[in-house]
Design a protein. Structure first.
Length: 96
């Protein structure tokens, strides 16, 4: 899975716009970021406990911005690309 496939999936979805987030290509719903690509990884906004669950299971790692861990954000590598679309959908529902 590529981030382009995620961009295509949400293209035309009501309230969704494409933009730059933390200097990365990303998606917003009603002005709020829910998914972005950072250095080839998918970064999504999910409930803090869900992020911790993904990290504990080895499916992702915490996302850091400016040296600070963002508790409602998780970073998922391209080695788990088969999970990207589901996580993007989950983030869309959470943020939207």
């Amino acid at each position: 899975m590529t981030f382009d496939a995620i961009l295509d999936r949400f293209d035309g979805e009501p309230g969704v716009e494409r933009g730059t987030n933390w200097r990365s290509d990303g998606l917003r719903i009603n002005g709020k970021i829910f998914a972005m690509e950072v250095d080839g990884d998918l970064v999504v906004k999910l409930p803090a406990d869900r992020c911790a669950e993904l990290v504990a299971a080895g499916h992702g790692r915490p996302f850091e911005a400016g040296g600070r861990k963002m508790r409602e954000w998780v970073r998922v590598g391209d080695d788990r690309g088969d999970e990207w679309m589901g996580l993007a959908e989950e983030a869309f529902r959470f943020v939207g």
